[in-house]
Design a binder for this molecule. Structure first.
Ligand code: ADP
Ligand code: MG
Length: 252
């Protein structure tokens, strides 16, 4: 019998079985000619930045250089004046508010310097919050929260309120919350800026491990050399312009 998709020797016919070439994954972030002003004051000038899927990039630069503004534009909480921003190939600068909200709650996790946990919710409830917007059964939500609490070393503190936790613990809750919906992009704005060096190092190690496990890209705004060292690449801003990028020496 002649196999339908094979040769007489039983070998697969190339034309029938060769898979199509894998499409290259879209970059997590593609920023092209981004310009942003506050009033008449230009803050970002023609910024270009591409971050690959799964890549970790440290964004450094002096205070006031535009790091937070760039991160806020990428995260869709601020809009550029001109230029294009794509997340995973999808244009976000032209999305309406509802579209942006949906994209953020599905694809993006955010971590801030001052944690921004809701003070009246427990650690577990804070982590569960982004999951309540997704179509996930209560049992699966609770399991995911428990797993994340364990993963950030806080299994015993599920019922603690943020005010009962140290800064380092609060930031670990915030990391768990940012990753709860398994976003493909994590944006962190000086997440160790309010922590001592021991807690800062623990938070950085977790960011590196968890983004790697989730295959998430990370943009980490930071002043510190240690923070830059958990990234594959460093990009430096000065006066709203990218003045330097350093690559492979930071690769892990
Ligand atoms: N909402 C705002 N309104 C007016 N000016 C702003 C606003 N946000 C930031 N700026 C100004 O933009 C510049 C860049 O700020 P920012 O992006 O916060 O810098 P960085 O995070 O690097 O310290 C600063 O001069 C800051 O004062
Ligand atoms: Mg800032």
């Amino acid at each position: 019998m002649v196999p339908i998709f094979g040769t007489r020797t039983g070998k697969r016919a190339r034309s029938a079985f060769s898979p199509a070439p894998m499409p290259l994954p879209e970059p997590a972030i593609s920023v092209v000619s981004l310009v942003k002003s506050y009033g008449s004051r230009p803050v970002l000038h023609e910024v270009n930045l591409t971050v690959a899927a799964g890549e970790r990039v440290a964004l450094t630069g002096p205070s006031g250089s535009g790091k937070s503004t760039l991160l806020n534009c990428i995260g869709g909480v601020d809009r550029p004046d001109t230029g294009e921003i794509r997340l995973f190939g999808r244009r976000i600068d032209t999305l309406d508010t509802a579209g942006l909200d949906r994209l953020r709650r599905e694809q993006v996790g955010t971590i801030f310097q001052f944690f921004h946990l809701l003070p009246t919710l427990t650690a577990a409830e804070n982590i569960e919050l982004p999951l309540q917007l997704l179509d996930l059964p209560a049992k699966a939500r609770a399991q995911r929260v428990a797993d994340l609490l364990t993963r950030v070393g806080l299994a015993g503190r599920a019922d603690a309120l943020p005010g009962e936790l140290s800064g380092g613990e609060q930031q670990r809750v915030a990391i768990a919350r940012a990753l709860a919906h398994r976003p493909a992009l994590l944006l962190a704005d000086e997440p160790t800026g309010n922590l001592d060096s021991t807690n800062g190092a623990r938070v950085l190690a977790l960011l590196r491990e968890l983004t790697e496990e989730h295959g998430a890209a990370l943009v980490l705004v930071t002043h510190s050399e240690e923070a830059a060292a958990i990234c594959h690449r460093r990009v430096r801003l000065r006066d709203g312009r990218i003045v330097e990028t350093e690559g492979t020496e930071h690769a892990l």
